[in-house]
Write a protein that binds this ligand. Structure first.
Ligand SMILES: [Zn+2]
Ligand SMILES: [Zn+2]
Length: 181
């Protein structure tokens, strides 16, 4: 949603908003930060912008349901993610000489409007966890047979050989074979 801030710019003191933002971020795009995450329902957004003698401040809170999978065992994981955002709101022409880093602290008004959806998706990408676990101590999958180790041992040799030692191990095996001859 683009918020019409012209009334605030003209002197109104308060603007409230309460709406739902469907997240059509492509979870299939492997380059996306949210790759592999599904959002089955729209993000619920509620907040306000106050205007105190020209100084505008936005506070909002948003929540969204997500579905993804455990980074270790691939079991489905779902939950609700909450986002709180507080920013100073200002027209671009007043921020003219700020550099890009500082601009991130502001919600910028362009031609009287604020792109709230853009602010929200940007913030979500910044704050959403990179990976989820089904539980803190998830044991993951066996790297050899793929069995889910939360369901029990698989019987594979669990001691992993350091890949750097593999060539050495091959030499030792060959020596053993030679000795047999
Ligand atoms: Zn897991
Ligand atoms: Zn195994």
């Amino acid at each position: 949603m683009k918020l019409d801030l012209r009334p605030l710019l003209a002197g109104d003191r308060l603007l409230t908003f309460d709406y739902e933002l469907p997240l059509d971020i492509s979870s299939e795009d492997a380059g996306s930060f949210l790759y592999g995450v599904g959002f089955p329902s729209p993000m619920k957004v509620k907040g306000e912008i106050t205007n105190t003698a020209g100084y505008m401040r936005m506070t909002l809170s948003a929540s969204v349901e997500y579905r993804t999978e455990c980074a270790r065992c691939l079991a489905p994981v779902s939950g609700e993610f909450n986002l709180d955002l507080e920013k100073t709101v200002a027209p671009r022409n007043l921020l003219g000489d700020l550099d890009e880093d500082r601009l991130d602290d502001y919600a910028i008004i362009e031609d009287g409007f604020l792109d709230l959806d853009g602010q929200l998706t940007e913030q979500l990408e910044m704050e959403f966890p990179v990976r989820f676990l089904c539980r803190e101590d998830c044991r993951g999958l066996c790297p050899r047979c793929g069995k889910n180790l939360n369901e029990g041992e698989c019987g594979c040799e669990t001691k992993e050989i350091d890949p750097r030692l593999l060539p050495l191990q091959k030499i030792l095996e060959r020596m053993k074979e030679e000795n047999k001859k």
